[in-house]
Design a binder for this molecule. Structure first.
Ligand SMILES: Cc1ncc(COP(=O)(O)O)c(C=O)c1O
Length: 417
């Protein structure tokens, strides 16, 4: 069968049995990727076409696709382990918990494991409610924390309303990002269990927090008996040049959530890391939260290696230099396309590129795809393109990416005129 026919057969089967709306939407955008081979920061369509991955599935592939060191760890773990049984303590979970306690800020010390980010957000919300005896959760307007029950209710109503998952009135409140007064007025009611926040919200197109904004939220939380939950699902694991983005902003959260990249892209795992002060339920009832696949032992082994690789000086230490190199390249391109290329938002390798067109990020996704790059627009602000190179990127790939980026930008600017 010809490659093209094979690809169409997969698309037809996916539309018939799995995700008709997704297949239809992507085809409408002109993005027909069906991933076959994958290696490092490259994806290969089943028909052989190569694209550079600057999406990384939100950071899942921070360390590249099928990172060779991680593949070895997983293969070796398979000789000895399986998922394990969550009812019992295990060496793999204990070791990963110890490593997370050592590398997370402040007094964070216990890890509750999940199989994905949304579930880990649910655990964080449950922990905050149990610790404070309050129900209200404040999050950011048009933010995103996953599609499970409580996480969905804390996110945008586009998704929660569709599944009748909005919280009871006043249980979930959203405020605009960077508006400290809005958060202050919620917190001073003294009924808030927690503020759930990404340091740099992905779905908003990575707007950077204003000077002092996050520490001020933490102060207000402490003053009004609420907890600070840092959603580090996208911004954690070295992407901003510190292991966790909150560290760079001088915040010690009460609860920190990590997922996506923790899996190394090989075995699903997520963690909610909790401080002793709010971990009462872990003592009172060790079975109060159950997740059969949460903390699968194979995933723990991979995650332990992810933490080790990410913290190597030559990895974490190079984020500042390589991300500056990319920004310099982008600024150079911007000089030549001032009318269309409006703004570069960047903290380390977390980048949001805003264009002077309300669908500019979306148009760029498609143009970049045609130029051999996969990068996704911000779901809740399509004028912005999320630009997310991986931690192990080298200068040659940056140069290649920048060249393709300018080609795409020139076409896009002409189209948007
Ligand atoms: C910031 C943030 N939090 C939570 C999640 C949910 O993670 P998952 O899809 O693994 O449930 C995501 C997923 O994109 C995310 O970007």
């Amino acid at each position: 069968m010809k490659q093209r026919d094979k690809k169409q057969e997969i698309l037809d089967k996916a539309a018939q049995y799995v995700c008709p709306g997704k297949v239809e939407t992507l085809q409408r955008y002109g993005i027909d990727l069906v991933i076959g081979r994958r290696e490092g920061y490259f994806l290969y369509d089943v028909n052989g076409r190569r694209v550079i991955d600057f999406h990384l599935n939100g950071g899942v592939y921070n360390l590249g696709h099928r990172n060779p060191e991680l593949v070895v760890v997983l293969k070796e773990a398979l000789d000895e382990l399986d998922i394990g049984n969550h009812h019992f303590p295990s060496a793999a979970r204990a070791e990963l918990g110890e490593a997370l306690a050592a590398c997370t800020p402040g007094k964070l010390c216990y890890s509750v494991f999940s199989s994905g980010g949304g579930e880990a957000v649910d655990v964080a919300i449950k922990t905050a409610r149990r610790a404070t005896g309050r129900r209200k959760i404040v999050s950011i307007h048009r933010g995103y924390h996953g599609h499970t029950g409580l996480a969905l209710a804390a996110g945008d109503e586009r998704f929660s309303r569709a599944f009748l998952s909005e919280g009871a009135p006043d249980d979930f409140v959203q405020v605009p990002f960077n508006d400290i007064h809005a958060i202050a007025s919620e917190l001073c009611e003294e009924d808030v269990a927690a503020v759930l926040i990404e340091s740099i919200p992905a779905t908003l197109g990575f707007p950077l927090p204003a000077e002092g904004y996050l520490p001020r939220i933490k102060d207000l939380c402490s003053r009004h008996g609420a907890l600070y939950i840092a959603d580090e699902v996208q911004t954690g694991l070295g992407r901003t040049g510190t292991l966790w983005a909150v560290q760079g902003y001088g915040v010690e959260p009460d609860i920190l959530i990590t997922a996506k990249g923790l899996s190394g892209g090989l075995y699903p795992i997520a963690a909610t890391v909790i401080s002793e002060d709010v971990a009462g339920w872990l003592h009172d009832d060790g079975f109060a939260h159950i997740s059969t696949f949460g903390g699968a032992e194979l995933g723990c082994r991979v995650a332990l290696k992810v933490l080790e690789i990410t913290q190597r000086p030559e990895v974490l230490g190079s984020v500042a230099t390589i991300s500056q190199y990319i920004e310099d390249g982008l600024r150079d391109v911007q000089q030549r396309h001032r009318d269309f290329f409006a703004e570069i938002r960047r903290n380390g390798l977390v980048m949001g590129l805003r264009f002077n067109h309300e669908q500019g990020g979306m148009l760029m996704s498609k143009m970049l795809y045609d130029q051999g790059i996969w990068a996704i627009f911000a779901a809740h602000d399509p004028s912005v393109l999320q630009f997310k190179p991986g931690l192990l990127i080298d200068k040659a790939l940056c140069d290649d990416g920048l060249k393709r980026f300018e080609d795409a930008l020139s076409r896009c600017a002409a189209l948007a005129e």
